[in-house]
Design a protein around this ligand. Structure first.
Ligand code: GTP
Ligand code: MG
Length: 263
């Protein structure tokens, strides 16, 4: 994973007319970046918050988050880019966010929020869109702009926001599990965090749950056949990485209800 520096994010935003911030609809507050939003505001670029992976939350929950973000003054939409749902609405919002034509869009967000999937869903016809804009006046000299639908163009550098915060926040924000210092501890915190919102999450995802994070990791390693060669003990680290990856893949059912977040 190559995260952008804040300097690179700023130059990306400067080149854009509209900023689409991809957040994870299960954990929108943890996966939004206020720093990014403030940067966009400073540069005078409109921000659209795209609650992606909304197939993993009830519709009313997604709708409530949208209302909440709009209450804060942001344009917001929910979508399930992977299923090509909600992309029409997002496209409409992009068109309304600026009078500039064509519109250059920067899709930004923490790792694994679905930025690439959002871009691909918006571009629709995969085949037609994989090459850089050919020959359109004023654009040929600007490398890295890709044609989207209609008058929408995308900057090709993904705005990957570096995951910040504490251990758990870093994991929720897509820090690669192999880069996390203490994967077992992070995974335990993630386990407890998820179970706070869905007691049966691990039972539902894996078909077993001994009830404690460490036991869960041991059991997962045992069942998958992950053992240390040296002493035959279960490879807890592998299990820890696995649940972090499964969280990103949406395999562990849970979401934060908007009622959790009232300021
Ligand atoms: N359930 C669900 N999963 C999604 C959706 N969109 C993306 N994903 C999954 O989320 C993961 C990350 O998607 P990407 O599009 O690669 O995310 P990204 O933000 O581009 O990731 P990086 O480039 O690594 O920062 C993949 O496993 C996708 O299949 C969605 O709408 N619903
Ligand atoms: Mg990507």
């Amino acid at each position: 994973m190559i995260t952008a520096s804040w300097g690179a994010l700023a130059s990306l935003l400067r080149r854009a007319d509209v900023v689409v911030e991809a957040v994870d609809a299960r954990v929108p507050i943890s996966t939004r970046s206020r720093r990014l939003e403030r940067l966009a505001e400073t540069l005078g670029k409109p921000v659209i918050i795209a609650l992606n992976k909304s197939d993993l939350v009830p519709r009313e929950v997604a709708e409530e988050w949208v209302r909440m973000f709009r209450g804060e003054g942001y344009e917001a939409v929910y979508l399930a880019a992977k299923e090509h749902k909600g992309t029409r609405v997002l496209r409409k919002k992009i068109n309304r966010a600026t009078d500039t034509r064509p519109i250059v869009v920067a899709v930004v967000g923490y790792p694994k929020t679905g930025k690439s999937t959002v871009v691909n869903a918006l571009r629709g016809r995969a085949g037609a869109s994989t090459s850089p804009v050919p020959g359109s006046p004023g654009y040929t000299k600007r490398p890295g702009i890709y044609r989207g639908p209609g008058q929408i163009y995308f900057l090709d550098t993904p705005g990957v926001i570096p995951p910040d915060g504490n251990r758990l926040e870093k994991a929720l924000r897509g820090a690669p599990p192999e880069k996390l210092k203490d994967p077992e501890r992070v995974a335990s915190e993630l386990y407890n965090f998820i179970k706070k919102y869905n007691e049966r999450a691990f039972e539902e995802a894996y078909g077993f749950d001994p009830g404690e994070p460490y036991e869960f990791l041991q059991e997962l390693a045992r069942r998958r056949g992950w053992f240390y060669k040296s002493d035959g003990e279960p490879l807890i680290e592998e299990a820890a990485r696995r649940i972090i990856i499964d969280y990103h893949k949406g395999k562990i059912p849970f979401y934060i209800p908007p009622t959790e977040y009232r300021r």
